[in-house]
Design a protein around this ligand. Structure first.
Ligand code: FCB
Length: 467
């Protein structure tokens, strides 16, 4: 069957099996769309600073204007409504709500999210709040950032400012988006803000991000006056050994440990995985755990947000056959599976999405999942009216939603799906060069035009609802 069709009768069969109660949404994040970087009291985040570092972001782009969503929010909500989704996942900009990362709320900044929440509810769209999608106030980075323990407490205080304002209307709360990216890309690889390159800092950041999640979850739950859903979103893939050699199996173990288990084991089992603790000790470092931290991190939560883009294989040798890097660390070399790629050069691996969800259900049972991000960048070409016939993206979405349906048939408790992203936006280190939207944005005019994938998504949702 041709998954690229936009006609409803062409719905992939497993998608058609999804229940009417399945929740559909679109997702964005604050720094990627809002713009208005210096308005109404907002102070710089680590991304505002990082974008000024020469060479850090493709094209020297930054989020000063982005999609100008801060000024166009009512029209954007109308656009969301037109897609027929149940829910919209957005993030709150910490430096807008609490400039500098400490002290009282900035009323003008909070008021924006207050209006957004009201606008969504009036449109019949459920707001889904992510508290942290990477825009740490610069002052907190200057004080040490996520490797510094105090940042976890600052995060919980900030979370309560948002919670106090919106919890009379918002039911779904995600603490962190993709702590792996914050810690690994931000503090070790250095390709994301704040651009540090220190392995020990990255490990400390992991622990303090998880601690911040736990502290915020405990406080929000204690303050909740009705049933609410709290959760965290992790980005995950699959890490398979490239071959069956011991070196490749070892590399896959390490990759899976660093990418997935050092997050989910403490969150769900209250302990860091012993093999990873041993690996870190061999590298002369450790998670900076203090007494009671793991109980806080393992505080119960209600929904695991899963962000999935692709899966990959790992080899324990480099291209010359060496098993260790020059600095003595073991080689963990990602190998992208053969086959088609997106504009990010990411492989298209929907079958591994099913594998991941089934594995999560098996290894971390009893936790409902929602796909909080899934989508693809392609080099779209728009006609003069902004129309984009994005067959590649439509196929990607259809195949991955079908993969979710297949995982459900195998027992995985997945209850919803958010397409990444509502509209083209600032794609971090790639700037505006990579387009993930199902709605096209003409950055010169800020015109929004639904792409063919958006129309397919809308029609598919309405068909599944009728089941
Ligand atoms: C995820 C991020 C999201 C977006 C997509 C493509 O890692 O959470 O903001 O950039 O990747």
């Amino acid at each position: 069957m041709n998954p690229t069709t936009t006609s409803v009768p062409g719905l992939l069969l497993p998608i058609a099996d999804l229940p009417p109660s399945f929740k559909w949404g679109v997702a964005t994040s604050s720094y990627q769309i809002e713009g208005a970087a210096a308005e109404d009291g907002r102070t710089p985040s680590i991304w505002d600073t990082f974008c000024r570092v020469p060479g850090a972001v493709t094209g020297g782009d930054n989020g000063d204007v982005a999609c100008d969503h801060y000024h166009r929010m009512p029209q954007d909500v109308a656009l969301i409504k037109s897609l027929g989704v149940d829910t919209y996942r957005f993030s709150v900009a910490w430096p807008r709500v609490q400039p500098g990362g400490r002290g009282p709320a900035n009323r003008a900044g909070l008021a924006f999210y207050d209006r957004l929440t009201d606008e969504l509810l009036a449109a019949g769209v459920d707001p889904w709040v992510t508290l942290y999608h990477w825009d740490l106030p610069q002052e907190l980075e200057d004080a040490g950032g996520w490797p510094h323990r105090d940042t976890a407490y600052r995060f919980a205080d900030y979370a309560m400012l948002v919670f106090d304002k919106l919890s009379d209307r918002v039911d779904n709360w995600t603490t962190l988006n993709e702590p792996w990216c914050s810690a690994w890309l931000g503090y070790y690889v250095g390709v994301h803000a704040p651009g540090r390159r220190d392995f020990g800092d990255a490990i400390a950041a992991v622990h303090h991000l998880l601690l911040g999640h736990g502290l915020a979850t405990e406080r929000m739950r204690a303050a909740a006056t009705r049933e609410m859903k709290f959760g965290i979103t992790l980005n995950m893939g699959t890490a398979d050994p490239a071959t069956d050699t011991p070196a490749d199996r070892e590399a896959a173990r390490r990759a899976d440990g660093m990418g997935l288990r050092i997050y989910l084991d403490p969150l769900r089992k209250g302990e860091y995985p012993a093999d990873m603790v041993a690996d870190l000790a061999a590298r002369g470092t450790a998670f900076p755990v203090r007494e009671g931290d793991l109980e806080v991190i393992a505080a119960p939560f209600d929904v695991l947000g899963v962000n999935y883009y692709f899966g990959q294989d790992f080899s324990g040798t480099d291209e010359q056959g060496n098993t260790h890097e020059a600095d003595g660390t073991p080689v963990v070399r990602p190998i992208l599976p053969a086959g088609p790629r997106t504009a990010m050069n990411w492989p298209i691996t929907p079958e591994r999405f099913t594998d991941l969800l089934v594995r999560l259900h098996r290894d971390y049972p009893g936790l409902p999942m929602v796909i909080t991000e899934n989508g693809a960048a392609f080099d779209d070409s728009a006609d003069d009216d902004g129309n984009v016939a994005d067959e590649g993206r439509t196929a990607y979405l259809a195949e991955h939603i079908a993969a979710v349906a297949a995982a459900r048939e195998r027992g995985a408790d997945v209850r919803g799906y958010f397409a990444w992203s509502l509209m083209d936006n600032f794609e971090w280190a790639e700037g505006y060069a990579k387009r993930f939207g199902i709605v096209h944005v003409d950055y010169a005019t800020q015109a929004r035009t639904p792409k063919r994938s958006a129309l397919w998504y809308r029609d598919m949702i309405s068909r599944v609802r009728g089941n």
